[in-house]
Design a protein. Structure first.
Lengths: 113, 113
């Protein structure tokens, strides 16, 4: 399959456990953040987003936490399943009113059976 | 389901060739984007378009041009391919405005020899 990145940090999690993937962002002016999932051989897939006026947002089995004080974003996946194995990366917009984003390099999540 | 289709999964081209990468979306999205993805680097924006015949440079436009003659189609052109343009190219589309969910194609892995 396609490799989206060499030497990515890897998180190995037992099936059924919760996963936490972290991301440090760089721009204090960023006001919108997205988490993407990218499976081998596929394009990135939107998982969840959050605006800077929130500190937590929940989706189906996923939660994103935003800590603006330390410029940190995390993605929590509950009851991790084999289908969650992928590379996950965050994106921040480069300030409001822009189409431009800064993308992280990603973390590889491996789900162990 | 939104579909963003890139014309080729794999391409091998020679240095100096003019290369066309095609992208078609079927959701009547106003915005379309071209990114490249390289190991160890996050996605980087090459060009984007927010309307037919409109285009804006992204973060790394040098050596590339784009064409958007129809709303559903966004083409990336490598005027004279070079080996440093060997990369995974990803097309994306989204509805009008900023901070709207982007849907990605499956990617084109281009090798320039």
């Amino acid at each position: 399959g396609e490799s989206v990145g060499l030497h990515l940090p890897t998180l190995s999690v037992q099936e059924g456990d919760n996963s936490i993937i972290n991301c440090a962002y760089s721009n204090s002016a960023s006001d919108y953040f997205i988490w993407y999932k990218q499976e081998s051989g596929k394009g990135p897939q939107f998982i969840i987003d959050i605006r800077s006026n929130m500190d937590k947002r929940q989706g189906q089995r996923v939660t994103v936490l935003l800590n603006k004080t330390v410029k940190h974003l995390s993605l929590q996946i509950a009851a991790t399943q084999p289908g969650d194995s992928a590379v996950y990366f965050c994106a921040e917009n480069q300030g409001s009113g822009t189409y431009k984003y800064i993308f992280g390099t990603g973390t590889r999540l491996k789900v162990l059976a | 389901d939104v579909k963003v289709t890139q014309s080729s999964r794999y391409l091998v081209k020679r240095t100096g060739e003019k290369v066309f990468l095609e992208c078609v979306q079927d959701m009547d999205h106003e915005n379309m984007f071209w990114y490249r993805q390289d190991p160890g680097l996050g996605l980087r924006l090459i060009y984007f378009s927010y309307d037919v015949k409109m285009k804006e440079k992204g973060d790394i436009p040098e050596g590339y041009s784009v064409s958007r003659e129809k709303k559903e189609r966004f083409s990336l052109i490598l005027e004279s391919a070079s080996t440093n343009q060997t990369s995974m190219y990803l097309c994306a589309s989204s509805f009008a405005g900023f901070n709207t969910e982007a849907f990605f194609g499956q990617g084109t892995r281009l090798t320039v020899v």
